[in-house]
Write a protein that binds this ligand. Structure first.
Ligand SMILES: [Zn+2]
Length: 186
């Protein structure tokens, strides 16, 4: 009994687990500690993550790299990074994260901004996946409803080379409210 107590306490005191989950994830991401991100998501992430499919270490690494790229190119502040991590790595719905952000000491960016960063990161993730399985081209697909703006409509159905993709020009997001995705073109 005593040994168990000591073990539990030790586990809690481990610096990796001393911060709230999302704060820890933000710190790890800013520092680029890929292995720590994998460890955190594989262990503690399970109870925080509602995804039904197993979150493999390869998938975690791909997501982590995509988030890091987005963080650098979009020059994200901590609030934006926390929001992006909540949707891209904790797989939360963008509309459901404001309380989580508040609980972790962050203020919530606008939903529009969160969606934009989510689309940005999805594109990076898809491009990395396509490259890793040898897919050379991708096709742009808008969600196809009446809300698609003229900018995005212009890109719909266009095909581009994976290794020449430029976000904002040949890959989504194309606008601030972009919900376009890219699909593999075989
Ligand atoms: Zn779009």
């Amino acid at each position: 009994m005593k040994i168990t107590n000591i073990f539990n306490r030790k586990k809690k005191d481990n610096p990796i687990h001393s911060l709230p989950f999302l704060q820890e994830l933000v710190t790890i991401t800013k520092n680029g500690y890929t292995d720590k991100a994998v460890m955190l998501l594989e262990t503690k992430g399970k109870s925080n993550n509602p995804v039904s499919i197993p979150y493999t270490s390869d998938a975690i690494k791909t997501d982590f790299e995509a988030v890091r790229q987005c963080m650098v190119s979009e020059n994200l502040d901590d609030n934006e990074l926390a929001a992006l991590l909540a949707i891209a790595m904790m797989k939360k719905h963008p509309k459901s994260i404001s309380q989580l952000l508040l609980d972790n000491g962050y203020s919530s960016p606008s939903l529009e901004r969160i969606m934009y960063l989510g689309t940005y990161t999805s594109t990076l993730r898809s491009l990395a996946e396509f490259a890793s399985i040898g897919v050379k081209k991708y096709k742009i697909s808008s969600c196809g409803d009446s809300k698609v703006c003229a900018k995005c409509a212009k890109h719909t159905g266009k095909k581009h080379f994976v290794d020449k993709a430029v976000i904002g020009k040949t890959a989504p997001p194309f606008c601030e409210k972009c919900r376009c995705i890219i699909i593999a073109d075989f």
